[in-house]
Design a protein around this ligand. Structure first.
Ligand code: HMG
Ligand code: MG
Length: 302
């Protein structure tokens, strides 16, 4: 396996958007700082969405401004032009639009059809092009939808191509509810790969059924090199009932290191970042690797 694998850290956005406890801006900024110190310097730090839809992401302007003082590339979600304007005012250099491969989730998450969402993104992409801002595109529910059930790979390919044709530099494929298995993930990537080259794809797999690492491995074998992950396995979407967190960054780093892939992440510092935010939300991490390393530290403190 070559060394060109990249991780996009999702903890401060996907990781915290579904938390029940209010998390202060200072704690969110401290989390970003700790992640960057661990080497996770491509990081999604917030969302410029309706505060009624996701109150947890209020104050993303402050988090982004603080992040932009650090070395790295910081992403934020924008669902429409209003979000784009607010993100730009806060200094965004990379924004992500988010669509769905299923109509049910599109309606629940962003209150419009898939076709309407693409229309909404057009002015965002046009303005971003004029401003020199990079735009990433998400496609949710690529391996199943909480409302519509099975989702055909061809439907994912169609939306992915539309986002790519609009000008998104990378398409991140979201297994939003974590129902995929490796054979399905492989098949999906083959079908989507016939419309969008693997070099422009990313894998954003939630780990609800414990399959995310296996699915990522299958995707790496298919030539995809970008992995979205969240420290500690935080995350979930408030509009995807039953979904749990993203694949844990610790687990991904451990697997990649075991494959001999140099990823440039300091595991001790990553664990410190995870433990710091776990203290804030009042729950231990669900990451298997973080749990194992924390247990080992207790028995062998030095
Ligand atoms: P809507 O109600 O259809 O929008 O929501 P609207 O245009 O009719 O506006 C309604 C109100 O929202 C207005 O305020 C607007 O000003 C305001 P009012 O006049 O009623 O006071 N508004 C905004 N406020 C702040 N920022 C904005 C914005 N836009 C409108 N950008 C909308 C449509 C898309 C806005 C809403 O449904 C929304 O914000 N949805 C976001 C949902 C969300 O953030 N979900 C989680 C992220 S996606 C995810 O987790 C999946 C992912 O991880 C990949 C995967 O796992 O699959 C990316
Ligand atoms: Mg997600």
């Amino acid at each position: 396996m070559s060394d060109d694998v990249r991780i996009i850290e999702m903890g401060p956005r996907d990781g915290l958007q579904n938390e029940k406890v209010a998390i202060g801006i200072e704690a969110r900024i401290a989390f970003v700082e700790a992640l960057v110190a661990a080497g996770l310097n491509t990081c999604e730090v917030g969302a410029f969405v309706s505060p009624r839809a996701v109150p947890q992401m209020q104050g993303s302007d402050q988090v982004l401004r603080a992040a932009n003082r650090l070395p790295g590339e910081f992403h934020v979600l924008v669902p429409n032009e209003k979000g784009y304007e607010a993100a730009r005012a806060a200094g965004a250099k990379v924004v992500s639009v988010f669509a769905s491969a299923s109509e049910g989730f599109s309606r629940a998450n962003i209150n419009c059809s898939i076709a309407e969402s693409i229309e909404r993104f057009k002015p965002v992409l046009a303005r971003a092009r004029a401003d020199g801002v990079k735009v990433r595109g998400y496609v949710s529910c690529v391996l199943g939808c909480p409302f519509d059930g099975d989702v055909k790979p061809e439907a994912v390919a169609r939306v992915s191509k539309q986002l790519r044709d609009l000008g998104c530099y990378e398409i991140s494929l979201g297994d939003t509810i974590g129902v995929g298995t490796p054979a399905k993930a492989r098949q999906l990537l083959r079908v989507v790969g016939s419309e969008v080259p693997a070099s422009c794809l990313a894998m954003h797999f939630h780990d609800t059924y414990g399959q995310a690492l296996a699915n990522l491995y299958a995707g790496l074998e298919e030539g995809v090199r970008v992995i979205d992950a969240a420290a500690g396995g935080l995350g979930g979407c408030p509009y995807a009932p039953g979904a749990t967190g993203n694949v844990a960054t610790e687990d991904v780093v451990y697997m990649l290191e075991g494959m001999g892939v140099a990823i440039g992440v300091d595991m001790d510092r990553l664990l410190a970042a995870t433990n710091q935010v776990s203290g804030v939300i009042g729950r231990p991490p669900v990451s298997r690797v973080a749990t194992a390393l924390n247990a080992r530290r207790k028995t062998r403190p030095n």
